[in-house]
Write a protein of this length. Structure first.
Ligand code: PEP
Ligand code: MN
Length: 338
């Protein structure tokens, strides 16, 4: 349920309503808008309590949130959330490029890649240090040594850093090195991990589970938000379908759909989503045209030598071509409605 305060409501009236919400054992989520404040009422059958609040001063209306996800819902918060990733806003006017290798392999390749993508306009460096590989015999990542290299690359280039965390007990460690925690597709329904990244207070890049519906994905976001962490960035990365000529099917329907359903920013990972480097540029452009507010792309100095996901990694020339394509798209659509 949400309580919409009237335009004239004084801050003290908003606080009095929030206090009454707490008194009846529910949780208020106050969102102060430019125009008016709204209070999300979270817990049990909140709508059954609506009469308790009806007479309090400053309230304009009480609305039931019909969706199963509440804090993630546009019904609760009509305006877009902008997530601040170490000073880089995701969800604002600019499309944010996150780029880097699938895995941090060694110092040289990481710094070489970081310097290149920074020079081309990327704002955030990606790179896995803890890798959830399909096979236990594949490269599992450098662990904390990889995180140290990411921190060094951040120091040198000014890029912010995103990296995956695969287990709740590593959240504190990974959060101490990165600007944004990544929850991978294989862990989207690892609820203990979602709660732990929620408690960390760090922004979270939440990949869509490869076999999850949009509703399940938004409910996973709800786990993080319900820990008091508002910094959730949703990432569409492709789903399993009967189609096997690409690694996954990049579901771009979800981008405008999620933007309708939720106020959270949505970004797209066309590297995992296609599994083929040659499809990454066209699908990146399509993602932005569909309303994606950022992209996360795998880039490797020598994709043929990559220890993971070489087939879907862009080399430097192709990355620069992608950045030029995005620039042209931005110019072509400037000032036009999305
Ligand atoms: C990755 O970003 O390299 C990755 C493993 O992503 P996903 O969880 O989407 O497969
Ligand atoms: Mn990868």
């Amino acid at each position: 349920m949400i309580i919409v305060m009237s335009r004239q409501a004084a801050p003290a009236q908003v606080e009095a309503v929030a206090a009454r919400v707490r008194e009846v054992g529910l949780r208020p989520e106050v969102s102060v808008g430019e125009d008016r404040s709204v209070i999300g009422v979270i817990g049990g059958n909140a709508y059954a309590y609506r009469e308790v609040f009806a007479h309090l001063p400053g309230i304009q209306e009480i609305v039931q949130i019909t969706k199963p996800f509440k804090l993630a819902s546009r019904e609760l918060q009509p305006r877009d959330t902008v997530v601040d990733v170490g000073g880089v806003p995701i969800g604002g006017d600019r499309v944010v490029m996150m780029a880097g290798p699938c895995s941090v392999e060694n110092r040289e390749m990481l710094l070489e890649t970081a310097r290149y993508v920074a020079g081309q306009g990327a704002r955030i460096l990606r790179g896995g240090a803890f890798k959830p590989r399909t096979s236990p015999y594949s490269f599992q990542g450098l662990g904390e040594a990889g995180l140290r290299l990411l921190a060094e690359a951040r120091e040198e280039t000014g890029l912010r850093v995103v990296s995956e965390v695969v287990t709740p007990s590593d959240v504190e460690l990974v959060a101490s090195y990165v600007d944004m925690l990544q929850v991978g597709t294989r862990n989207m329904q690892n609820y203990a991990l979602l709660q732990e990244v929620g408690r960390s207070g760090r922004p979270v890049l939440l990949k869509r589970g490869m076999s999850s519906t949009v509703e399940e994905w938004l409910l996973a976001a709800e786990y993080i938000l319900s820990q008091g962490n508002r910094g959730v960035v949703l990432c569409e990365r492709g789903i399993r379908t009967f189609e096997n000529s690409t690694r996954f099917t990049l579901d771009l329907n979800s981008v405008p759909l999620v933007r309708e359903l939720s106020h959270l920013p949505v970004v797209v990972d066309p590297s995992q989503g296609t599994g083929r480097w040659s499809l990454v540029r066209p699908m990146s452009l399509a993602a932005v045209a569909a309303g994606a507010q950022g992209l996360i792309v795998e880039v490797h100095p020598r994709p043929a030598e990559a220890l993971s996901d070489g087939a879907q990694s862009l080399d430097f020339d192709e990355f620069s071509r992608l950045m030029r394509g995005l620039q042209r798209l931005e110019e072509a659509t400037a000032g036009q409605p999305a």
